[in-house]
Design a protein around this ligand. Structure first.
Ligand SMILES: [Zn+2]
Length: 340
């Protein structure tokens, strides 16, 4: 029985999407995953500038800390504000006190220049000493040449590739197209419709998959290590664990919370230092998968970093003023929504 855990890890996030809440409805209601991308996320990311991104990342980082999440594996796209975008995210997280592993999602959606600028942002950030992976949006929005360039850059820099894989039917050929490129250092996000095994860690995002109606990813049936991500819908990892468990259970009545708990814990393989942070919760059995699975609403009271700094006290961030972060986000969200 314990009321403390190490810091939790969000294995796949999009800090740029924190200002999406309350955005205007798209011109037409999307009827499947591909239309959700086109009409919601690809309109939103195209409208972002670096001021909006900073506000979004600060809000997302604060919300993560308030959920006991001390490390975020982020996947970013802002096609009209690429250069410097990973620094904005890294700086926002550092300001709040959350660890972040950045990646810029390279894509050919905006022509060859867009892909080139995306690759360059990954390279610039990593060569300058930034902590990250080489990001790729997904195989279905990239040419073979772009996929090979991203994989080659990752190999050159000694890091993995962070890529959405077979999230929906649009990306059904991802397995075949990535088979000769993928490596154990890759972070493979979703893998709902993946038709073969690829090397790498799978980031399972149960809430996002349900929200996009893409089906169940069944990560327990894969041989890969599995971590949990939110895909941009906050960073409450105990809640994502509960959803991972109940989605597993909906697929298999014999499922116990243990596999989903192991996916939550596997996040420490991606950011080992998070394991040296300490989170104190308002619940005495937070180290038990069976307790947490059936106890919604557990809150983080305090977060202390490995270095002994209290980053969250009485549930509130200590380095930044929550009201100011929210006001900044609201001001930038109004600019963003006006553009949409
Ligand atoms: Zn994603």
């Amino acid at each position: 029985m314990s009321a403390t855990t190490p810091g939790l890890v969000c294995g796949h996030h999009h800090l740029y999407s924190a200002l999406a809440r309350g955005m205007p409805a798209p011109p037409a209601t999307p009827t499947h995953f591909g239309e959700i991308l086109e009409q919601v996320w690809w309109r939103l990311d195209a409208a972002l500038d670096l001021d909006m991104l900073r506000a979004s990342a600060r809000l997302g980082a604060v919300e993560a800390l308030m959920c006991g999440t001390t490390a975020i594996i982020d996947h970013h796209e802002s096609p009209n504000a690429i250069e410097g975008s990973l620094d904005v995210i890294a700086d926002a997280c550092a300001e709040v006190g959350v660890r972040v592993v950045c990646a810029y999602g390279v894509t050919d959606r905006h022509g060859p220049d867009g892909a080139r600028l995306g690759l360059a942002e990954n390279e610039r950030f990593l060569r300058a000493g930034g902590r990250g992976l080489v990001g790729v949006h997904a195989a279905f929005t990239c040419s073979d040449e772009t996929l090979e360039a991203a994989a080659g850059l990752a190999t050159d820099l000694g890091v993995g590739v962070h890529i959405h894989v077979a999230e929906g039917p649009e990306d059904a050929s991802a397995g075949q197209r990535l088979e000769h490129l993928a490596a154990g250092s890759w972070l493979l996000v979703h893998c709902v419709g993946l038709d073969r095994d690829l090397p790498g860690t799978i980031a399972h995002n149960p809430r996002s998959n349900m929200n996009n109606s893409v089906g169940y990813a069944a990560p327990a049936r894969r041989p890969n290590p599995v971590v949990l991500g939110t895909d941009g819908i906050g960073a409450d990892m105990l809640e994502e664990f509960r959803l991972a468990y109940v989605a597993h259970r909906a697929d298999d009545v014999l499922a116990s919370p243990d596999p989903a708990w192991s996916w939550l814990e596997a996040g420490w393989s991606l950011v080992p230092e998070a394991r040296t942070d300490t989170v104190t919760w308002n619940y005495d059995h937070v180290d038990s998968a069976w307790h947490v699975a059936f106890t919604p609403g557990i809150r983080a009271l305090q977060v202390e970093s490995a270095e002994g700094e209290v980053l969250l006290a009485d549930g509130l961030p200590t380095r930044v003023d929550l009201a100011e972060v929210r006001a900044h986000a609201a001001e930038q969200a109004a600019r963003l929504h006006a553009r949409l």
